[in-house]
Design a protein around this ligand. Structure first.
Ligand SMILES: NC(=O)c1ccc[n+]([C@@H]2O[C@H](COP(=O)([O-])OP(=O)(O)OC[C@H]3O[C@@H](n4cnc5c(N)ncnc54)[C@H](O)[C@@H]3O)[C@@H](O)[C@H]2O)c1
Length: 256
């Protein structure tokens, strides 16, 4: 068991990458607090974990609201006594962030609030608990879009998703430096396109999906479980000398 006796709080755990992390971590011995803005989805994940013999609780909350971010950490500590691992997986894309017809300012605020401020806020509240526990591992979800821009002709210029994910990468580095002496490691994962609800609007359209697949040298999208294995490495003591690192898991997307 690679996460024996560890407690993990996973935001955005009701779907996609967060759900896959919850299931993988629990199968490796972690007790998991599954947090999501949708209580129903968080409960589904927790149920999936417990039905396979794992230990999980479901928590609801919006990561971009300071009090709710704090409450996720408090409820985790009340239930399991500590937090060793935080996965900041809650996130939105510009496509699904706001109803159609929203202003550019509204879309910017929402994407930056959830992806960047949310990562910052939950980390802010989790870090003192990790210090109390003698150390920990924070795993942020950046993206290949935190490393490169959209391809020519894709209209990415004003898309706030890339700035939000680039911000997550720089936040990761800053916090890693500051937390190293406290035995708290801070890393991020930069996935290529992964087949989750975040992409539904694109993957429902066969032509659009094929175009996305073709942008990856491996000719396919990633699966959430493939990202969860990277998170497992960063959560476990196997990565004990790894901090401040963007771990790219992208089927070759950024090698081009
Ligand atoms: N799917 C991809 O292609 C891809 C690629 C690179 C990075 N990422 C990043 O990985 C993370 C997980 O994405 P996913 O693909 O699993 O998406 P997903 O849509 O399947 O899951 C995201 C979860 O976050 C929750 N959420 C949204 N806003 C929230 C908020 N304000 N507070 C709390 N929870 C909230 C949603 O309810 C959802 O359950 C995101 O940060 C995303 O940007 C995804």
């Amino acid at each position: 068991m690679r996460l024996e006796s560890k407690v993990a709080l996973i935001t955005g755990g009701g779907s996609g990458i967060g759900r896959a992390c919850a299931e993988r971590f629990a199968s490796e011995g972690a007790r998991v607090a599954v947090s999501d803005i949708s209580l129903e989805r968080a409960q589904e994940t927790a149920q999936s974990v417990t039905s396979q013999g794992g230990e999980a609780i479901a928590i609801t909350g919006d990561v971009s609201v300071g009090d709710e971010a704090q409450s996720m950490v408090t409820v985790t500590v009340e239930a399991f006594g500590k937090v060793d691992v935080l996965v900041n997986s809650a996130g939105v894309s510009a496509r699904n962030a706001m109803p159609e017809g929203s202003s550019p300012e509204e879309v910017w605020d929402k994407v930056i609030d959830v992806n960047l401020k949310g990562t910052y806020m939950v980390s802010w509240h989790a870090l003192p608990e990790m210090e109390k526990a003698g150390g920990g591992s924070i795993i942020n979800l950046s993206s290949v879009m935190g490393l490169v821009g959209y391809p020519v002709g894709m209209g990415g210029g004003f898309n706030p998703y890339n700035p939000s994910k680039g911000g997550v990468l720089q936040f990761t580095r800053n916090l890693a430096i500051d937390s190293a002496s406290k035995n708290v490691r801070v890393n991020c994962i930069c996935p290529g396109y992964v087949d989750t609800n975040l992409l539904t609007a694109l993957t429902e359209d066969a032509e659009a999906k094929a175009q996305l697949e073709a942008r990856h040298p491996m000719g396919r999208l990633g699966q959430p479980e493939e990202i969860a294995y990277a998170a497992l490495y960063l959560a476990s003591d196997e990565s004990s000398f790894v901090t401040g690192t963007p771990l790219v898991v992208d089927g070759g997307y950024t090698a081009q």
